[in-house]
Design a protein around this ligand. Structure first.
Ligand code: OGA
Ligand code: NI
Length: 366
């Protein structure tokens, strides 16, 4: 099959099966994937089926583990501080991913957030319907597969979305069931984001405030994913392979598992660790670090025993030009990317599989 061919093309090519109708009905239900599961389906609708191959989960080789970095005492102990900067540098160069423990966000904040997200997704359909929209300008939305018409296969998940910065929503715009928990969580994530961006700046050999002054922390989007249990988890994915369109992502995942990162030509599990956050570099960090820090493809397997809940917080702004940081360039390290208006980057953002193996960043290479 041509890599640019979508499920919709297949319909138009005469396979006879009306996926467009099916997607329309799905969308009009405003109940997401959870609605399908609640209706008792035992086979997944075709627009969720991964076309190329059956998905399988292999055990991760013991020597290939995403690094776990302990942030304890980094404020007061200069030796630990230096050590952590080195660990972050190596993790972002090699994996694009790491997990952090002892990050200072307490269990009541993280557990409260998971409970609130669960409460929304498992709450009354009447409430959820009010938020269901594909309008990307809204600050608070609930939807399933925001880009459903651009994809070959839809993801087995629903998402509650908050744009928390700049100009955060008024409290009353957030669903009651997760209002307080989200506002609190968001404040802590902004704090942790600042801490991490300082460490990442230092890991690049820059002044600690560099990335914050650059504006990396000005925008914060929070996506609260709900991956319902799937009757055929080997025929679809919870999240298709993608890289994140931001500078840095802070992900909280519950205990179910399924997140994988593509490393040395294979999918490696990112195992849930209690009270840890998964941190990864997004495309924009790869761009400004001139390719030093990697924005690596990752995906989420569909699960049998869920629901799985995760909360992904994305730090990014799109209202400026962006290119490799001048201080990092030299004769030995010439720029790999053009100066790009980030608005252009984000409107072009897509997945590799959607685009004949090209990543969005590839298009901005010199
Ligand atoms: C994302 C993402 C992973 C997860 O939202 O970009 O990669 O575990 N989420 O939900
Ligand atoms: Ni992601």
């Amino acid at each position: 099959m041509e890599s640019s061919e979508t499920q919709l093309d297949l319909v138009q090519n005469g396979s006879g099966y009306d996926i467009e109708e099916e997607i329309k009905a799905f969308d009009e239900s405003k109940a997401g994937v959870k609605g399908l599961v609640d209706s008792g389906i035992v086979k997944i609708p075709s627009f969720f089926v991964v076309p190329e191959k059956v998905v399988s989960s292999q055990p991760t080789p013991a020597h290939l583990q995403v690094p776990v970095i302990d942030l304890k005492d980094i404020r007061d102990d200069p030796v630990r501080h230096e050590k952590v900067i080195k660990e972050i540098r190596s993790a972002l160069e090699i994996w694009g991913f790491f997990q952090v423990v002892n990050h200072g966000v307490s269990k009541d904040i993280t557990e409260g957030m998971i409970e609130g997200v669960k409460g929304f997704h498992e709450g009354k359909n009447e409430v959820k319907r009010e938020y269901y929209t594909r309008d990307v300008k809204k600050k608070v939305t609930y939807t399933s597969n925001a880009l459903i018409h651009k994809t070959k296969a839809a993801d087995w998940k629903d998402t509650l979305y908050f744009r928390m910065a700049p100009d955060s929503p008024r409290p009353e715009e957030l669903p009651v069931v997760c209002r307080e928990t989200t506002i609190k969580y968001s404040a802590y994530i902004r704090g942790l984001g600042d801490t991490l961006l300082k460490l990442v700046s230092e890991a690049l050999g820059l002044n600690p405030n560099y990335l914050i002054e650059f504006g990396c922390a000005k925008g914060l989007k929070i996506m609260c994913h709900y991956y319902p249990p799937c009757p055929e988890p080997n025929r679809t994915l919870g999240s298709k392979p993608h890289t994140d369109p931001d500078f840095l992502t802070i992900l909280m995942q519950d205990h179910i598992g399924g997140l994988q990162v593509f490393h040395q030509n294979q999918w490696i599990n990112v195992p849930p660790i209690p009270d840890a956050f998964v941190i990864n570099a997004g495309d924009l960090l790869q761009l400004i670090s001139n390719g030093k820090f990697k924005s690596v493809e990752h995906r989420v397997l569909a699960n049998h025993n869920g629901p799985r809940i995760s909360v992904a917080s994305f730090f990014a702004i799109y209202d400026r030009m962006c290119g490799p940081i001048k201080e990092l360039l030299s004769d030995e390290n010439p720029p790999l990317y053009k100066e790009v208006p980030l608005m252009e980057y984000i409107t072009q953002y897509t997945w590799k599989e959607q685009d004949g193996g090209m990543t969005t960043l590839d298009r901005f290479r010199l």
